[in-house]
Write a protein that binds this ligand. Structure first.
Ligand code: C2E
Ligand code: CA
Ligand code: CA
Length: 244
């Protein structure tokens, strides 16, 4: 789980679930070394159901323990075309006593491109469960606005390629600034990904980003380590950067 920092005071902490595979011989295998193949073979569906179930159970446990935490889970293009995903998702929520509004499903624009009608219909059904939907890697796709307008999403995540060089590149700053403005006009929340320094974090605050995610705030970590982070990191406190 990787935590996000909220610039404004808000009640819940949000984190993103990122799958980890530790192979008995090969050791740590990064997701980009297996997810693309699983997308090709269709095995991704089983991975997604496994990640979703784990994340939902963990989210319910945290909230039962008095920690208000929202969890984001990544879906791939294949998952979006799977007709029974909304039912499976709802059954998991019920099984673990997790409120749908504690879960955000992250999708990329390109996931909708293959079979837009089918994917958009499934997105509507997922949204109807009460969860939030988020567009991941925003800015890297080609379809941008026409699809965003049709997708029932609540959040945009600005791709880290625009965030990492924010201070050095005026062009990237323009992209971030105008994306934030556009998203806010559409009623969406904006998360910036790949925040590696405090200087970038502060700039994002000035540009009006709502949430920041990246190594500076916290690396992806186990649920247990995340609890330690929640109890000790200044970035676990929404609005922290204004007060210090
Ligand atoms: P993503 O959804 O864009 O996830 C963010 C990635 O950026 C993660 O890589 C995270 O560790 C990394 N990251 C976070 N902060 C920083 C930072 O400050 N600097 C840099 N350079 N990187 C940062 P990770 O965990 O290796 O995952 C890579 C991709 O694999 C994810 O990109 C996502 O597309 C996919 N993925 C990960 N877990 C899942 C999953 O459970 N299901 C599916 N379908 N895809 C997943
Ligand atoms: Ca993501
Ligand atoms: Ca991303």
């Amino acid at each position: 789980y990787q935590p996000k920092y909220a610039f404004a005071a808000s009640t819940a902490l949000s984190v993103e679930a990122l799958v980890r595979w530790v192979h008995p011989q090969r050791g740590f295998v990064p997701p980009l070394a297996f997810i693309p193949f699983d997308e090709q073979t269709g095995y991704i569906r089983r991975i997604t159901l496994w990640v979703l179930e784990r994340a939902i159970r963990q989210c319910a446990d945290w909230n039962r323990a008095g920690r208000a935490v929202c969890v984001g889970v990544n879906l791939s293009a294949r998952d979006l075309l799977q007709h029974d995903l909304p039912e499976a998702f709802e059954a998991m929520l019920a099984r673990h006593g997790c409120a749908a509004c504690w879960i955000t499903l992250e999708i990329t624009e390109s996931a909708v491109l293959d079979e837009p009608a089918k994917a958009l219909a499934n997105l509507a059904r997922l949204r109807a469960t009460g969860c939030a939907l988020s567009i991941d890697d925003y800015g890297t796709g080609y379809s941008s606005l026409s699809y965003v307008r049709q997708m029932p999403v609540q959040e945009l995540k600005i791709d880290r390629s625009f965030v990492m060089n924010l201070l050095a590149s005026p062009a990237d700053e323009i992209i971030v600034r105008s994306t934030v403005e556009l998203a806010h006009d559409m009623g969406l929340t904006v998360t910036a990904e790949g925040v590696e320094t405090e200087a970038i974090l502060r700039r994002l605050g000035v540009l009006g980003c709502d949430l920041a995610q990246g190594y500076f705030i916290g690396r992806p970590m186990t649920a247990g380590d995340l609890e330690g982070w929640m109890d000790s990191s200044p970035w676990a406190v929404p609005g922290h950067h204004r007060g210090d």
